[in-house]
Ligand binder design. Structure first.
Ligand SMILES: Cc1cc2nc3c(=O)[nH]c(=O)nc-3n(C[C@H](O)[C@H](O)[C@H](O)COP(=O)(O)O)c2cc1C
Length: 177
């Protein structure tokens, strides 16, 4: 399968990217082809809602989003990986999701497989409740066939990132694809 990985952390060796690397390791071992886009290091203008695209047409911004959309429309699966910022996606990856708008129907009709990975510093019951709901709604709205969601709470300390059961869970998620 062709898998597009979208990441949203500016920390190249941070917690969410560490789990993504484990996911990729598992998926590549199973022969899947990964195309990765690290949103914080790309030029992606936030959607301004001008509706020039009419939800199915060219965007007024000529930036890195066009290659992300091309890759998604040529893929079988999309992975979303984000640090929790104020109980939700980071702005960097949310900008990518918002820019799905110009290909909204085409993305929906692909019935893509998906997986979500999120990491948060806090370890309480509330910390993942917002993103959990958001992910559920995105799966439904974007017509995704979600194979797994890894919500790694109490996982904000980079030094702990290789000594944590979440590493194994991320690898297993990749192997499950
Ligand atoms: C702007 C900002 C907002 C954050 N908001 C939350 C939050 O709401 N809850 C939480 O537990 N951690 C929060 N954090 C901490 C990060 O989610 C946590 O450190 C995470 O592991 C960072 O992931 P990374 O290492 O992949 O960048 C926030 C961090 C930043 C910089």
């Amino acid at each position: 399968m062709k898998i597009v990985v979208l990441t949203g952390s500016p920390h190249k060796n941070g917690t969410s990217n560490t789990l993504v690397n484990e996911f990729i390791r598992g998926a590549e071992e199973n022969g899947h082809i990964i195309t990765r886009f690290d949103a914080p290091f790309l030029k992606i203008h936030p959607c301004i809602g001008c509706d020039h695209c009419g939800m199915d047409g060219p965007c007024i911004f000529n930036d890195d989003m066009s290659k992300i959309l091309d890759a998604i429309l040529d893929s079988d699966m999309v992975i979303f990986a984000t640090p929790i910022y104020y109980f939700g996606f980071s702005a960097q990856i949310k900008s990518v999701i918002d820019r799905f708008y110009s290909k909204n129907g085409k993305i929906q009709s692909k019935h893509l497989k998906s997986a979500f990975i999120a990491t948060a510093w806090n370890n309480d019951n509330m910390v993942m409740s917002g993103i959990k709901k958001h992910i559920e709604i995105l799966i439904d709205y974007l017509n995704l066939d979600n194979i797994g969601t890894l919500l790694a709470k109490g996982y904000g300390y980079k030094g702990a990132s290789t000594e944590n059961h979440y590493m194994k869970e991320a690898y297993n998620l990749g192997k499950r694809v």
